[in-house]
Design a protein around this ligand. Structure first.
Ligand code: UDX
Length: 441
């Protein structure tokens, strides 16, 4: 058996910071690396630079143990680590569906010359299939002559809001490796998780890259499928909530990711399906995943339909109406506003001349910074004061728990659009509200 490898984690954003902290808590010596000095300083002083339940406590524990340190130096990383995890971002390129690989490229280029022993470099970032093959070549070109380095791929499936649990107790681990040695090193780097009985799929690098985008494409497709059914329901006066509940009880289908509503957003699903469609086209197999374009289109139409529902409820005019927009984050229990359907809808209504006031329990500061043109409330009730209509856009528990009677006291008109099927329609109607939801009559 090998001694536990020393780990570095390059890129301490959402994925990397979580990985570094969890690995240190599991007993490894870990060095977190980032080009952003501010981020490194925060993490080193015990502050998690984003919202993630449970992570600040684990960061404190990891720092206290002395097993977790941070640096901005890739030279230090090369000198320290036996296994290097590359966790940098791969955002969508402006004006294109392709993803920007410059950070991944820079991480490998920056690290390779400092590798001084037999080393494993492990990609975790979400990349277009084929990237690992190119990085392997690059690594061999740039590593010092005589140094034996290998590249492996280990996709990450963590969800925001559940990042700690998903990292500590993943459903599965996927090891894309080119040799038994790389497989053994990865196993050593995940030993405490393997000891829990976590299943491992050992495969080639390209398959490992594909697993991630295939999984996210499937999830996005499932959401758009039920939202497509919502469109059909709207045309015929049927009820997509009852439809979804009925489908969910077929255990071949299942209820997860089958919740109809405003659709998906965030830093992963939208960009991943676009980049995958783009990559498949480059590979000459665009037709195989052309449905992903439709998945994206269905998802965007839900946003437009939500604005339509608000307009209908207002008797045909958004301009001049006072609108409370509940929610800004792309999903509850997150402060992330990347590609957030909620803010997209709020901005559209603002653009149409609505007086929109937004409230979100966690993402308010982020939303204010990104969209200073919108108005913001201090609470759900504050945002709803004198409103002509309330629009629920992110299904926070705070909104679900609001009493329709109390809310009725502060609004100008008791009208509500439930963009996430989060509320009990019968209860709101009994309390005198005009209640409308996507895919229900
Ligand atoms: C997702 C994947 O789940 C995760 O495995 C991957 O690593 C990163 O992308 P995340 O973006 O954190 O994670 O969010 P997730 O909880 O998956 O939700 C994605 C979006 O789908 C949210 O906007 C959510 O509101 C929406 N959604 C989810 C629905 O509209 N309906 C559903 O039934 C489920």
């Amino acid at each position: 058996t090998m001694a536990p490898p020393r780990l570095t984690v390059i890129g301490t954003g959402y994925l990397g910071a979580t990985h570094a902290i969890c690995m240190a808590v599991l007993g490894f010596e870990v060095l977190g690396v980032d080009v952003d000095e501010g981020k490194i300083a925060k993490l080193a002083s015990g502050e998690v630079p984003f919202f993630e339940p449970g992570l600040p406590e684990l960061l404190a524990k990891a720092l206290e143990s002395g097993r977790l340190r941070f640096t901005t130096s890739l030279a230090e990383a090369g000198a320290f680590g036996d296994v290097h995890f590359v966790c940098v971002g791969t955002p969508q390129q402006p004006g294109s569906d392709a993803c920007d690989l410059s950070y991944v490229d820079a991480a490998v280029r920056g690290l390779a010359p400092h590798l001084d022993r037999r080393t494993l470099v492990v990609g975790k970032s979400t990349v277009p299939v084929g990237t690992a093959a190119g990085l392997t070549t690059l690594l061999h070109e740039l590593a010092p002559a005589g140094t034996d380095v290998e590249l492996a791929w280990n996709p990450e499936f963590l969800r925001e809001g559940f990042a700690v649990d998903d990292t500590m107790r993943p459903d599965r681990l996927v090891f894309g490796v080119a040799s038994d040695w790389a497989d053994a090193r990865l196993r050593a780097a995940f030993q405490p998780i393997l000891d829990q009985g976590t299943p491992v799929i050992r495969t080639d690098l390209a398959t490992a890259e594909l697993v991630k985008v295939a999984a996210n494409s499937f999830l996005a497709t499932k959401i758009s499928y039920i939202n497509a059914m919502a469109e059909v329901c709207e045309a015929v006066g049927a009820d997509v909530k009852d439809l979804a509940d009925s489908l969910a009880l077929d255990d071949r289908i299942g209820g997860k990711f089958l919740k109809p509503g405003l659709g998906f957003g965030g830093g992963c699903l939208p960009k991943d399906i676009r980049a995958f469609a783009h990559r498949a086209e480059e590979l000459g197999v665009g037709q195989a995943v052309s449905f992903l374009r439709e998945v994206d289109a269905i998802n965007r139409r839900r946003r437009a339909r939500t604005v339509d529902l608000v307009r209908e409820l207002l008797g045909g005019r958004i301009s001049g109406a006072r609108i409370a927009a509940w929610g800004a984050a792309f999903k509850p229990n997150s402060d992330d506003i990347r590609d957030a359907p909620a803010l997209d809808v709020a901005r559209t209504m603002h653009g149409l001349g609505g007086h929109v006031r937004v409230y979100d329990p966690a993402a308010l500061d982020n939303a204010r910074l990104a969209f200073p043109e919108l108005r913001y409330g201090e609470s759900a009730l504050d945002a709803a004061r004198d409103a002509d209509v309330v629009v629920l856009l992110t299904e926070w528990a705070d909104f679900r728990e609001i009493d329709p009677g109390a809310l009725g006291e502060v609004v100008a008109h008791k009208r509500i659009v439930d963009g996430r099927h989060a509320l009990d329609a019968a209860m709101w109607r009994e309390a005198g509200w005009e209640y409308r939801a996507l895919g229900r009559s």
